[in-house]
Design a protein around this ligand. Structure first.
Ligand SMILES: *[C@@H]1O[C@H](CO)[C@@H](O)[C@H](O)[C@H]1NC(C)=O
Ligand SMILES: *[C@@H]1O[C@H](CO)[C@@H](O)[C@H](O)[C@H]1NC(C)=O
Ligand SMILES: *[C@@H]1O[C@H](CO)[C@@H](O)[C@H](O)[C@H]1NC(C)=O
Ligand SMILES: *[C@@H]1O[C@H](CO)[C@@H](O)[C@H](O)[C@H]1NC(C)=O
Length: 408
């Protein structure tokens, strides 16, 4: 099963091993029946054959255009094979794919900031109450008219939540149950986006959890997000089991494995992308069908792949490939680091503010690390506006240090 998801070179390596095994078997069988002299001649033959193969591979490396299909397997990945291969024959698109493409083209060409006073929609996806509400109140205070708040409290769907904070009271949307790593997570994200899109002033949409905190002032966040015409979506091609390993063939023909992307769930999107995320039927329904519980292929974690793969496919240069929400995976566990009261201080938050390159690590044994500067429209920027995961016990310290880290 696993082999199916390996890179082309991995597959051929296995194949090579298999063929090698057959050869050996055949040789020993033959060795038992052939006389010595013929065995020696045979060895010369084999040596000649091996050197011919070696020479032709060498030739392929020196004159790559003719034999590029073979070359990368033997000569390392330095030669980009796809550039010279003829393009695959065009696929006949379904009606729905075609209509999605028309929508994509039109919506992406809409101008940014259609309204006089653009707002940022802050969308909280949480099981229940928000323990860090007081910090968010400090963050929002004095900026009324430039933001709106939406809360999807998935475990409180029957209870009209009595948020104590006036900022959050009556801002919860009709919610439904959410299961971690299931399509219901994407449904909740789309529900939040749909509600937030109803306000035409909302021009950028930020998805946050109950453990998220701001690490910048409101003005900084506002200028940062609205001043750029991109979405901040974490996205990379992970060859390992948590990336391509979650791809399965039923995603064909709409999504090919080379198009499959992985990234953190916590995105921010510009209005055009938000519209496309709720307009999309084709790709969303593939995820819904293939990742449903009970299906053999269910472990595809739509929340880490759907938005990432879809936006990568329709507008690769319109997403930054990193998320503005900082998280610490350095402990190497299944869940990221949870910050406690002892961890939080001015230095920690200033360090997060200072980061200006993002890192991706592949989930295979190679643990391949790639570092990229955080660039927006050709300009290097600090990467992070928000951070997670902060335990409720950190609230009082955060309230104390927040003015100190946002006064510059
Ligand atoms: C959008 O509007 C904001 C606030 O008026 C402004 O700062 C920003 O530069 C605009 N962004 C674009 C891409 O036009
Ligand atoms: C964003 O704006 C820059 C400069 O204004 C432009 O070069 C780039 O194509 C735009 N990108 C998108 C995705 O619209
Ligand atoms: C994001 O990565 C994709 C490849 O996965 C690339 O095509 C795109 O240009 C990158 N976006 C930016 C803004 O660099
Ligand atoms: C935080 O800022 C306040 C007021 O500006 C100042 O009195 C205090 O010393 C600062 N705290 C630290 C730890 O720098």
């Amino acid at each position: 099963m696993e082999l199916k998801f390996q890179s082309p070179s991995g597959e051929s390596a296995t194949q090579a091993r298999k063929t090698g095994g057959h050869d050996q078997q055949r040789r020993t069988m033959q060795g038992a029946t052939t006389p010595r002299g013929r065995g020696a001649r045979r060895r010369v033959w084999i040596a000649a054959l091996i050197s011919m193969v070696f020479l032709s591979v060498l030739g392929a490396c020196i004159y790559p255009p003719t034999l590029l299909r073979v070359c990368p397997l033997f000569c390392g990945a330095s030669v980009p094979p796809l550039q010279v291969l003829p393009p695959p024959p065009p696929r006949i698109l379904s009606d729905q794919e075609l209509s999605t493409r028309v929508l994509v083209k039109d919506i992406l060409s809409l101008p940014a900031n259609l309204t006089e006073m653009p707002k940022i929609a802050f969308m909280f996806l949480t099981p229940g109450p928000l323990p860090l509400v007081k910090l968010w109140e400090d963050f929002f205070r004095g900026h009324e008219g430039k933001f709106s708040v939406y809360v999807h409290a998935s475990k409180l769907s029957t209870l009209k939540t009595a948020w104590k904070s006036p900022l959050f009271a009556n801002h919860d949307i009709r919610s439904q149950k959410v299961d971690w790593g299931k399509i219901s997570m994407v449904d909740a994200e789309r529900r939040l986006i749909t509600n937030a899109l109803q306000d035409p002033d909302n021009q950028h949409f930020v998805l946050l959890s109950e453990s998220c905190i701001p690490v910048r002032s409101f003005d900084f966040v506002y200028d940062y997000l609205l001043g750029s015409n991109v979405s901040f979506v974490d996205c990379f091609d992970d060859p390992g089991p948590h990336g391509r390993g979650r791809y399965t063939n039923p995603f064909l023909p709409e999504i090919r494995v080379e198009e499959w992307r992985k990234g953190s769930q916590w995105f921010t999107v510009k209005r055009q992308h938000a519209l496309l995320l709720i307009a999309d039927y084709v790709y969303y329904s593939k995820f819904k069908q293939i990742c449903r519980s009970g299906a053999e292929t269910h472990n595809c974690y739509p929340d880490e792949h759907y938005v990432q793969t879809f936006l990568h496919m329709i507008d690769p240069s319109g997403i930054t490939n990193w998320s503005v929400t900082h998280v610490d995976w350095s402990e190497g566990k299944w869940h990221p680091k949870k910050y406690t009261r002892e961890d939080v201080n001015i230095k920690l938050l200033k360090n997060i503010q200072a980061i200006d390159e993002n890192v991706h690590v592949s989930s295979d044994l190679k643990k391949q690390l790639s570092r990229r500067p955080c660039m927006v429209n050709g300009e290097r920027k600090p990467c992070y506006l928000f951070a997670r995961k902060y335990l409720p016990e950190t609230l009082n310290i955060l309230l104390d240090v927040f003015p100190n880290i946002t006064n510059t």
